[in-house]
Design a protein. Structure first.
Lengths: 79, 77
């Protein structure tokens, strides 16, 4: 039961770091940290075999979202 | 099962995301805050046992973010 508390603490700490940072580029690694911690919470929440599928789907989706924001913010290929 | 500490942590995540999405002016900061809000609601969906809804939402929510990103890039460029 201590593992889900650690994941929740990491999620809240990274969320506080997101709103404390002023630079947009420095917010994005902490967004990834929140995604990892929430994936851990989802995987540890229910003892059901389909939970790991939901956690994997959330992991793939949130990583895609963060990388889409980062690549659009950085501007892509300079011509 | 979700006990009160995890419930408070996820509620804090949702409230931080909501407040930051209201207060930020830059559209990329707004998108990051919206992603934080969506991350906060997922343990509540999974806690009730709607695992198929959670998997479908986890694959649909980044698509909406990517559509909003196209709008942001059109405005800035």
């Amino acid at each position: 039961m201590i593992a889900i508390y650690v994941c929740a603490g990491i999620a809240v700490y990274a969320a506080i770091r997101i709103i404390a940072e002023r630079n947009t580029m420095r917010k994005l690694p902490f967004l990834n940290v929140v995604s990892f911690a929430v994936t851990g919470i989802i995987a540890l929440l229910l003892p059901h075999p389909l939970t790991i599928l939901a956690a994997a789907a959330y992991f793939v989706g949130s990583t895609l979202e963060s990388n889409a924001i980062a690549s659009t913010w950085s501007g892509g290929i300079k011509k | 099962m979700m006990d009160e500490y995890v419930l408070i942590a996820c509620s804090v995540l949702v409230l931080i995301g909501m407040t930051a999405a209201i207060l930020h002016r830059d559209p990329f900061d707004k998108l990051i805050s919206l992603s934080l809000l969506i991350a906060g609601i997922f343990p509540f969906i999974v806690d009730r046992g709607y695992l198929d809804v959670a998997a479908a939402t986890a694959l649909i929510a980044p698509l909406s973010t990517i559509f909003i990103l196209h709008v942001c890039r059109r405005e800035t460029a």
